[in-house]
Design a protein around this ligand. Structure first.
Ligand SMILES: Cc1cc2nc3c(=O)[nH]c(=O)nc-3n(C[C@H](O)[C@H](O)[C@H](O)COP(=O)(O)O)c2cc1C
Length: 161
């Protein structure tokens, strides 16, 4: 097999469909948030999540400062929110016009399919990203059609939409 290069690695992994989340934290300058699909459940006992954040992510700084973070799993109608939080717009600007609430000190996107509040546990350097793990402190889940990201495009999971 030929050795991979970053472009072919990126293109190959674009073929892995994922859900879309907003990772959030209440930083020193207020709420911060980033669109993230490198997010996973990690452990049941204790209940833990992980998120992989770019070293340059402002949300990563907020997570470390807050010692906690939230994960809002978006529904199919929340694509505009995913697009907004994937930008480098000034952090406060990202939140204007987005319905959100403070849940025990962690910003949560209103109406998300799932919201998970975590206490920060580990911060692990990994290449150009950092893996943050967190112990699940609170959880809220609703039924609905998730937003999916695949081959660079947002899509609903349900074919009827
Ligand atoms: C669908 C999608 C998934 C993304 N997943 C991640 C991710 O898992 N980790 C990450 O660091 N950035 C991810 N990004 C990029 C961040 O959203 C982007 O760099 C953002 O500007 C970071 O904002 P911040 O600097 O305010 O934290 C993703 C972008 C998109 C569009």
């Amino acid at each position: 097999m030929p050795p991979p290069d970053p472009a072919s690695f990126r293109a190959a992994m674009a073929g892995l469909p994922t859900g879309v989340t907003i990772v959030t934290a209440n930083g020193p300058d207020g709420p911060a948030g980033a669109t993230a699909n490198a997010v996973s459940s990690l452990s049941i006992e204790p209940m833990m999540m992980l998120a992989c954040l770019d070293r340059g992510s402002r949300t990563l700084l907020a997570v470390q400062a807050a010692d906690s973070f939230g994960i809002s799993v978006l529904h199919a109608g929340q694509e505009p929110i995913a697009r907004t939080f994937a930008t480098k717009a000034p952090v406060a600007e990202k939140w204007s016009g987005v319905p959100w609430s403070d849940r025990d000190g962690i910003p949560a996107i209103d109406d998300a399919l799932i919201f998970i509040a975590c206490d920060l546990r580990d911060v692990l350097a990994a290449g150009d990203h950092v893996i943050v793990t967190g112990e699940v402190r609170a959880l809220e889940a609703h039924e609905g059609d998730p937003l999916v990201f695949h081959n660079g495009q947002y899509r609903p999971l349900s074919p009827s939409r």
